[in-house]
Design a protein around this ligand. Structure first.
Ligand SMILES: Cc1cc2nc3c(=O)[nH]c(=O)nc-3n(C[C@H](O)[C@H](O)[C@H](O)COP(=O)(O)OP(=O)(O)OC[C@H]3O[C@@H](n4cnc5c(N)ncnc54)[C@H](O)[C@@H]3O)c2cc1C
Length: 403
């Protein structure tokens, strides 16, 4: 029987493993943490509120997510907010139709010249300073990367960000997707087992862990880019792949969750100048008694002093949303740059044509890659992780068939 070793029990690795096990292959999944799910991490506060410390919003076109949810018996539920169609604070009184028109103009220029600086395109194409600032703020927040460091290709998401559909979460927490896949894989998932090195030759693959070597015919490497760069490969990965990996920027993001003393209706408010936002949802499963907040990009995380605890951020929320009755004693901040098994939030990659070959997703001998960063048009998302896992499983089967 063909043996496959999967490194990483995030959604990408688990989706690949599940498809391969279903296809009759022998699969072992090595996971460094003491839990599955990786950057999807659901937790209960002392109040009983369910929070998402990582990937949260399931928006439009999340087909693979819906497939996996159905497979593992999970239900998607509406959050009552329209990601990320938010109230703005202070409210510059932007006309939605004017903003949509401006978004179309920006996207036309970005399509023609995706490598131009994003900020130049905004300056040239958006006459209204309030709309310009809104776009800059939204793109910076969504990519979790400073707008001044982004190319125009990233502006192609502007009208998507203005869409009005309700966003969703998984009932019981998004991590249920990972737990459900892991349950199907049973004792093939090995927690607290980081892989250190991968070697391959004509006869197979060896994956080195602190407990010894795992032998396989093919390996799926489904770890975040910084951890992929840190793995030792023998023989080394081709120079072009190493260069492509070196060029991937990782975003920086943090999340805050604060219990509320009184229930709040589902709503979302964005600080346009502060470039962060906050939201309430019944998906906290205790009746909207939690406010969540998202800070994306290094300057925003730094301004909110997220790495020093919740105090500065909470002061910002009080100003942004004075109606909320915050119980700051139960606040939880999650930062991802200092997470040893993520080392950042997600990859900052421009969407590509899915039919265009990508070096990050191309097998190297017996090594197949998965992970959000290998998804051409869904990088940085839960959907991208799951799609990449499905694609990686197909790559493995192709390798097996051709060997
Ligand atoms: C704060 C935050 C908010 C987000 N918000 C959203 C959102 O609202 N909507 C959305 O769609 N997406 C969101 N995302 C993105 C989404 O969560 C990720 O794209 C997705 O979960 C990545 O899955 P993955 O399997 O590619 O990687 P991961 O989930 O990181 O899985 C990789 C796994 O590999 C393990 N690992 C690493 N190194 C090793 C090693 N050497 N050996 C063994 N195991 C190893 C890790 O512990 C991890 O479990 C967010 C992410 C973050 C961080």
């Amino acid at each position: 029987m063909t043996r496959v070793c999967v490194i990483g029990a995030g959604l990408a690795g688990l989706a690949a493993a599940d498809a391969l096990a279903t296809g009759g292959l022998e699969v072992n999944v090595l996971e460094a943490r003491n839990r599955v799910g990786g950057r999807v991490w659901s937790e209960r506060l002392e109040t009983g509120a369910l929070i998402e410390r990582g990937g949260e919003f399931l928006t439009y076109g999340y087909d693979a997510t819906e497939r996996v949810a159905a497979l593992v018996g999970c239900e998607l539920v509406g959050m009552g907010i329209r990601y990320p169609d938010r109230r703005l604070h202070p409210d510059p009184g932007i006309d939605r139709d004017a903003a949509l028109l401006a978004a179309a103009a920006v996207e036309a220029v970005a399509t023609a010249d995706p490598e131009r600086a994003a900020i130049d395109v905004l300056d040239a194409e958006v006459a209204d300073p309030a709309i310009r600032e809104l776009f800059a703020s939204r793109i910076q927040s969504a990519t979790a990367h400073p707008i001044g460091d982004l190319e125009a290709g990233f502006l192609l998401g502007v009208s998507y960000l203005m869409k009005n559909g309700e966003c969703r979460r998984i009932r019981g927490g998004n991590q249920e997707l990972a737990r459900g896949l892991a349950a199907r894989l049973g004792d093939s998932v090995h927690l607290r087992t980081p892989a250190n090195a991968v070697s391959q030759d004509a006869s197979g693959v060896q994956v080195a862990t602190a407990d010894g070597q795992v032998a396989a015919d093919v390996v799926v490497v489904a770890v975040p880019v910084p951890l992929l760069r840190a793995l030792t490969f023998d023989p080394p990965l081709p120079g072009a792949v190493v260069d492509a990996l070196a060029g991937v920027r990782m975003s920086v993001a943090a999340k805050l969750a604060v219990p509320l003393r009184a229930a709040a209706a589902a709503d979302a408010v964005m600080s346009v100048p502060g470039r962060y936002w906050a939201y309430t949802t019944p998906c906290d499963e205790i009746g909207g008694r939690t406010v969540g907040s998202w800070a994306g990009s290094t300057p925003v995380v730094a301004a909110l002093q997220a790495t020093n605890g919740p105090a500065t951020w909470i002061a910002g929320i009080r100003e942004l949303w004075p109606e909320l009755d915050l119980d700051e004693s139960g606040a939880v901040v999650t930062t991802w740059l200092d997470d040893p098994w993520a080392q950042g939030a997600y990859s900052v990659l421009m969407s590509r044509d899915p039919d265009e070959p990508s070096l990050l997703a191309t097998p190297v001998g017996r090594i197949v890659f998965a992970g959000e960063h290998t998804s051409p048009d869904w990088s940085g998302t839960i959907e991208g992780a799951l799609r990449s896992g499905e694609r990686a499983a197909a790559d493995v089967l192709q390798l097996v068939r051709s060997s």
